[in-house]
Structure formats: C-alpha cells, structure tokens
Design a protein around this ligand. Structure first.
Ligand code: M1P
Length: 250
C-alpha cells in the first residue's frame, strides 16, 4: 500500500493554495510548513490549485515534490504523485487551434477596448490545461495587484467580461472561473478542481478538502461540494491550521 507508513493510510488531506495554505500569491509560513509535516505523519497530503507548477513552487517552496504526496497544478491538469508526473490532457488539444484562435482574438480585442487606470504585460497566459486572462496583465506587482483588485470590485471588469465571453461562445463548452485577484481562468467544463479527484478517489476512503472560495462561483465550490470529499471552508491559512489541529489532535 502506498501510504502504509501513515497512521491513517486511507485518508488524504487536499488543500487549495491561495487563501488556504498561503495568503493570495504570497509564500507559505513556517508555522504552516510545520503543521503540514505533522499532518503528513497521520495521512497523505496534497494540494490542488489553479496556478501553474512554477508559481506553486514560488509560493510553497522548492521541495514541494518531496513535501507533498500529491501536487496538482492547473486543477490537476499537471499532476504528480510521489514526485512522479502523471499523464494529463491539454487545453489546446481539447479545444483545437481554430476555436482557440477565435477566442484569443475576441479576448485581445475586448481587452484593448477597456478603459483601465493602468496596464502591465501578459494579458493571456497560455497554460497546459487552461488559459488565464488578466485585464491588467500578469506582470503587475503586488501593489498593482491590490490596486487592480479594488478597481475591479468597483467596476466589475472581470465579471462583465466573462458574461461577454459566455454570450459570444455559448457552444465552446468552457468554464470561466474568477479565482484570484487580477485574472480569470478559462478551461473545459468539468476541468475544475474535481478533475484531480480521478487520481486519488480509488486510493482513499476519506478525502478532506480545505478551501477558501467554497461559495457558488468560487473556484473551490465544485470540489468542496463533491460527494467524494469532506469539505472544510476556511477563511485564511491560520484558519486552516486551526482546523487541522482540531481534526488530527495536533
Ligand atoms: O489560485 C487562484 C488563482 O491565482 C491566480 O489568480 P490571480 O493572479 O488573479 O490572483 C492565478 O494563478 C489563477 O490561475 C488561479 O486560479
């Protein structure tokens, strides 16, 4: 059995990253690392985030492949178990070049017409299992991120853009998910965080999921409500630690 060295070998704790293990786009605390190491003695641990693997390394540290039993980037479209890469599908393979071209042209045109107080660079980030669209651009600094987020809250830029995309491409089978501060993810419907469960559902009797965006429309909603998980809604990394201490008597 893969996890025979754990006290509860058929239990998995799966964590969202931003707002659950770390503050949004920032790095993991020593206290969280210590708590996760304790939890790993009890059961298997993994994370599932919308970001790509490189960003998760920036946030969680260079040794994530050793520290976590499962690493799921882009909702599990890039997946590792015990440091070994698992097979995955790609966004472009699923959608096809023609449809992606139409989508990208519409997005770039839409973005160029937006009135924004400032812009930075990288407006479409092309990933393996999704694209990420940012009206302000992914090169925004932490301060610029916060400023943009406040502006977006006031003017509903992303929400309005998602509605326009849904109207323009009703038959593309895509889901648009506003999970962070400055962008939204676009991926095939069904490739939300529940996508990663296919890699773990047979190996565990209990899969705890911890996330901060578990409300309808949040990017933890589907996996939090999935019958295969026991959902835990948290408000911040400190709250996650509090829950873990209670659940595992740490
Ligand atoms: O993990 C949540 C989101 O984090 C980032 O969002 P933003 O840059 O807007 O704060 C992105 O990596 C996004 O893909 C991810 O869903």
């Amino acid at each position: 059995m893969s996890f025979a060295d754990r006290e509860q070998p058929r239990t998995l704790c799966l964590f969202d990253v931003d707002g659950t293990l770390t503050p949004a786009r920032l790095t993991v605390s020593d206290e969280m690392k210590k708590t996760l190491a304790e939890v790993k003695k009890k059961c298997a641990i993994g994370f599932v985030g919308g970001s790509d693997f490189e960003k998760q390394v920036e946030q969680l540290g260079p040794n994530i492949l050793q520290e976590f039993d499962y690493c799921f980037s882009e909702n599990g479209l890039t997946a590792y178990k015990h440091g070994q890469k698992l097979a995955s599908q790609s966004f472009i393979g699923w959608l096809g070049e023609d449809k992606y071209n139409r989508l990208a042209k519409f997005i770039l045109r839409y973005l160029s017409d937006l009135d924004l107080p400032f812009r930075r660079g990288t407006f479409i980030e092309f990933r393996n299992g999704m694209i990420n669209v940012s009206p302000v651009g992914r090169n925004a600094s932490t301060k610029e991120r916060n400023d943009y987020e406040a502006y977006d809250k006031q003017h509903n830029i992303r929400e309005t853009m998602v509605k326009a995309l849904q109207k323009e491409f009703p038959d593309f089978g895509l889901t648009y998910s506003i999970g962070g501060q400055i962008s939204f993810d676009v991926f095939p419907t069904g490739w939300d965080k529940t996508y990663c469960l296919q890699y773990v559902e047979k190996d565990f009797d209990t899969i705890h999921f911890f996330g901060d965006k578990t409300y309808k429309g949040g990017n933890d909603y589907e996996i939090y409500n999935d019958p295969r998980t026991v959902g835990h809604a948290v408000t911040c990394p400190e709250d996650t630690i509090k829950d873990l201490k209670q659940i595992f008597n740490l």
